[in-house]
Design a protein around this ligand. Structure first.
Ligand code: OSB
Ligand code: MG
Length: 368
């Protein structure tokens, strides 16, 4: 297929409730959506970078800039481009993985629609539904946290993840365990808020039988995580540190993680995400699908990815109403704690024009 134009849409969706992590508080989801037009089809992508460079160095408007200025001209120069070629063509540009991932996703959607194949089929999914986990932000009080967690458990979520930071770790974990019991699958995510000298505070979580501790230390601190893994019993899982299949293989070999969070945006796309899945599966390392508060577009692709056989732990894939009163696609709903894997061509969902219009703050057309 030949790329004939790209539309970038900046959207702002109000969150149902503020989402507080160790790196900041979000009350809205500001994202860049990407629509590609090819000679045969159109396709949608979602860039997962957030409004500010706190979780990652990329941020929404940096992605729009690098796509407009460098990526679209590079792809336009190719006579014909398949989704499989995108990463190779863009490899001359360093980094900017979230921007690359969003653009590749849109081209993959267009290509699969052309061939009548779903994301799930193309990626190698082996299931038609995936268990749904929920990520719970830092709260002002333990009572507020218990109310929130209780509500999610009642809705059927299969796994609870608590955001933690120094000073909000032992107390919330203990309170949730005491209130809801040991059967609840429980894990924590620090978003790089700790130092190796905090090992005793993290080891204090050992008695609570957490499934994992996600990204306790800095993004680049691979050896620190390997050292920490010797000091705590809870398995270490990496998120921010895993930027490629190479990074994943190295971290595993160095003993820095026992579990891997795969986020397609963070690693440069769904095709690299699948390679990480394959590498982890062959090494016996469990993986799960991370989330970035995606709209229905990114969620559709994530659910398809999470249906691959190596995704043996519930992902950060919640129903649309955990995030948004009104999603831009047909909303994803929990069914007995699972989300259905879309079966239609491409993503299997598209933005509903009126709903998309309502949340669009700016749009630009990049002709090629
Ligand atoms: O670290 O996993 C993270 C959201 C935004 C940025 C980083 C993270 C998260 C989440 C939410 O934990 C996951 C979700 O439900 O989409
Ligand atoms: Mg995380």
């Amino acid at each position: 297929m030949k790329l004939t134009g790209v539309e970038l849409r900046h959207v702002t969706l109000p969150l149902i409730s503020p989402f507080r992590t160790s790196f900041g508080t979000a009350t809205t989801r500001d994202a860049v959506l990407i629509r590609v037009e090819t000679t045969e089809q159109q396709g949608w992508g979602e860039c997962v970078a957030m409004a500010e460079p706190r979780y990652s160095s990329e941020y929404a408007s940096s992605c729009a800039e690098v796509i407009r200025r460098f990526f679209v001209p590079a792809l336009a120069a190719a006579k014909s481009v398949r989704a499989d070629d995108v990463a190779g063509i863009l490899a001359v540009f360093r980094g900017h993985r979230m921007a690359k991932a969003g653009l590749e996703m849109a081209l993959l959607d267009a290509e699969l629609r052309e061939h009548g194949q779903s994301f799930a089929e193309a990626l190698g999914a082996t299931r038609d539904r995936v268990p749904s986990g929920v990520s719970v932000g830092i709260m002002d009080s333990t009572q507020a946290l218990l109310d929130t967690v209780g509500d999610y458990l009642e809705q059927g979520y299969r796994r609870i993840k608590l955001k933690i930071e120094p000073g909000w770790d032992l107390a919330p974990v203990r309170a949730v365990r005491e209130r809801f019991g040991s059967e609840v699958v429980l894990q924590v995510d620090a978003n790089a808020a700790y130092q190796i000298s905090d090992a005793p505070a993290l080891a204090a979580l050992d008695p609570y039988e957490l499934a994992l501790i996600e990204q306790p230390l800095g993004e680049e601190d691979i050896l620190g995580h390997a050292d920490l893994a010797q000091l705590v019993q809870t398995p270490i899982c990496l998120d921010e540190s895993i930027t490629s299949v190479q990074a994943a293989v190295d971290a595993i070999r160095l003993g820095a993680c026992q579990i891997v969070n795969i986020k397609p945006g963070r690693v440069g796309g769904y095709l690299e995400a699948r390679r990480i899945h394959d590498a982890c599966l062959s090494r016996g390392v469990p993986v799960w699908c991370g989330g970035m508060l995606e709209t229905g577009l990114g969620r559709a692709a994530n659910v398809a990815l999470a249906a691959l056989p190596g995704f043996t732990l519930p992902g950060d894939l919640s129903a649309s109403d955990r995030y948004y009163r009104t999603d831009i696609t047909v909303p994803f709903r929990l069914d007995d704690g699972n989300l259905p894997v879309p079966g239609g061509p491409g993503l299997g969902v598209t933005p509903i024009p009126e709903l998309l219009e309502e949340v669009t703050t700016a749009s630009e057309w990049i002709p090629v």
